[in-house]
Design a protein. Structure first.
Length: 369
């Protein structure tokens, strides 16, 4: 009897050790994290790794704005389909060349079914900069969507590239913070061609990201109900104020940015009053590291487009003298995903990953307070 009991004890211990070992192996590469009452697929613990969802993309009208939505789609629904794309001829008239020459692929698929077996999904709104447009940061939008976010970006009237090239003074009448408020209000009751988001999104968990002028816009919106995370990118000295809604802020900049200097970005971080705040400086990066338009900008010049006063800005961070484009995207994916997942998906593993970012990328600046 004693021998049998001892055998059982040893066997149970072996099983326990094996279980712990398997668990540690799983959590070393993947993490299943979600806020209470939310069902999510398991995502990789590495924030820069693509998530478990194929990404759907859909062109919609939200609050009278032309917008694009990237979202977690049903796995397998992308089989046999071509990647989605956009064409710069839809934005810049008078540019020579064919549509094929000005078409750029995205890491998403047009009009896939949203993965309704999971969710509700938190929302990220990405706001573009001056003379830019809704696809300018699609690499990040698709990445976030692959990891369980619904992501929205809109063309902001008077300041997006078509309006800007038509009338540069019109940007004085742009209202990007107002446009973003309108989107936040509209998604609480999805209708029309974005009604597919009804009952699929959690508008109490919203993240905002913005580049350049878009950074200034999102930094001012910490008082909006549901907005919990704000990430201004290359927004100069823009800072985020504390209130009862906001839970985290990440201030980002390129350390070689000639448009929004690194010193001004650091000032914005110092002025940010959110308790959970981070500063990320991307090494050898200029203003455009937070976009995916460097190649399109270079090509538009070859086809006779005059970017006028925006040419120096449009090329700030583009070319061989700056950080490799893919590496820049990787760093921004890593940082932003970790910050959004920590709060909006209640993922503590992502917070741990963020604390290691400076050791992974030489020359990167990281602060957390």
């Amino acid at each position: 009897m004693f021998k049998l009991s001892r055998f059982k004890s040893v066997f149970v211990c072996i099983l326990a050790v094996a279980f712990i070992a398997v668990t540690l192996h799983i959590t070393a590469s993947d993490a299943s994290a979600a806020c209470s009452g939310v069902k999510m697929r398991t995502v990789p613990t590495d924030p820069k790794a693509t998530g478990p969802w194929p990404v759907g993309s859909k062109s919609v009208t939200i609050a009278k704005l032309s917008a694009e939505v990237w979202y977690p789609a049903t796995p397998g629904s992308e089989a046999g389909k071509e990647k989605d794309s956009y064409c710069m001829l839809d934005y810049i008239t008078g540019m020579s060349g064919t549509r094929a020459e000005h078409t750029w692929p995205m890491n998403s698929y047009r009009d896939l079914p949203i993965d309704s077996a999971y969710g509700k999904y938190p929302v990220i709104i990405m706001v573009h900069g001056t003379a830019s447009f809704k696809y300018a940061s699609h690499v990040y939008c698709a990445h976030w969507a692959s990891r369980g976010f619904v992501v929205i970006s809109a063309d902001n009237p008077n300041i997006y590239i078509t309006d800007f090239l038509d009338n540069m003074l019109g940007m004085l009448f742009a209202d990007q913070d107002g446009d973003t408020k309108d989107i936040i209000k509209a998604i609480k009751s999805p209708t029309g061609n974005f009604a597919f988001l009804k009952n699929m999104i959690d508008t109490t968990r919203i993240g905002l990201a913005g580049h350049s002028a878009g950074a200034l816009a999102v930094a001012s919106l910490s008082g909006q109900a549901g907005v919990q995370v704000i990430i201004p990118m290359a927004g100069g000295s823009s800072s985020v104020k504390s209130n009862s809604y906001i839970k985290a802020a990440m201030i980002m900049g390129g350390k070689e940015d000639k448009t929004s200097s690194w010193s001004s970005v650091q000032t914005g971080y110092s002025s940010t009053k959110v308790t959970n705040k981070r500063l990320v400086g991307v090494p050898n990066a200029g203003h455009m590291v937070f976009t995916n338009v460097c190649q399109a900008v270079a090509k538009s010049g070859d086809y006779g487009v005059d970017l006028s006063l925006m040419e120096s800005v449009a090329n700030d961070g583009c070319g061989s003298s700056y950080i490799n484009e893919q590496l820049g995207w990787e760093i921004v994916d890593y940082a932003t995903t970790g910050a959004f997942e920590e709060i909006l998906q209640c993922n503590t593993t992502s917070a741990t990953s963020l604390s290691q970012i400076a050791s992974k990328y030489s020359g990167l600046t990281y602060k957390f307070k």
